[in-house]
Design a protein around this ligand. Structure first.
Ligand code: DX5
Ligand code: ZN
Length: 209
């Protein structure tokens, strides 16, 4: 299982030492929120760039913004591995193209109320599908187990259509919810509060892996 800790729950006053605590992670997940697409504002390109200079770990950037298109350039760092936008955002097709032009892997995310059916035409164009297992906006919410049906549907579609995107889930991931993710076919999990509120974040990452 690939593990991408979300720094949303980290202590921003000591970001450098917080990032050191997760040196075993596969990616670092950055939750960018605009206060419009979701009812919260987190951080933007500046803090993301600072983080990219703090670690060599690849960045998995999750844009929870209504208009991602004009912002893409500002999230292109040496270590940006994935940029994920939401299907519910504006100008999705052009934004996917733009991310690809930058040679960055592209993800498409769906909120809990959006069915997999809606993104089927886009699956051939993406490297990652992010199934939200909470309503986006805040860390520390409860995992929605019913979202595993979407994961299973995606596993089936990937096989039928011979595609190779990876399946990521985000929200409420812990040692209590990781098993159902694994058996449903999840490839990568995002974990915020479980990792950063753990007394030993490296142990938390190991337990998820
Ligand atoms: C929610 C964010 C998540 C969040 C996960 O909008 O996309 O990445 O930080 O936090 P936990 O793991 O605490 O649910
Ligand atoms: Zn996220």
């Amino acid at each position: 299982m690939l593990v991408a800790p979300s720094i949303l729950t980290a202590d921003f006053a000591k970001l450098e030492s917080e990032i050191k605590k997760i040196s075993q992670s596969d990616y670092i997940h950055l939750d960018v929120m605009d206060g419009h697409f979701v009812p919260n504002i987190s951080f933007g390109p500046h803090i993301s760039r600072v983080i990219s200079h703090t670690t060599r770990i690849g960045l998995d950037i999750h844009l929870m913004v209504t208009d991602p298109y004009p912002w893409i350039e500002q999230f292109v760092f040496d270590t940006t591995k994935y940029i994920t936008i939401h299907y519910e955002a504006n100008d999705v097709v052009n934004t996917i193209k733009k991310i690809k032009e930058k040679d960055i892997k592209v993800g498409i995310s769906i909120k809990p109320k959006t069915p997999v059916f809606d993104i089927v035409p886009l699956l051939k164009d993406v490297d990652l599908v992010l199934v939200m297992t909470v309503e986006p906006g805040f860390g520390g919410q409860s995992f929605m187990a019913s979202m595993m049906e979407k994961v299973k549907e995606l596993v089936k579609l990937r096989e039928e259509k011979k595609l190779d995107f990876i399946i990521e889930v985000d929200g409420g991931i812990s040692d209590q919810t990781i098993d159902v993710c694994r058996v449903s076919g999840v490839d990568m999990v995002v974990a915020g509060s479980y990792v950063f509120n753990h007394k030993d974040p490296e142990e938390a990452i190991r337990s998820l892996k």
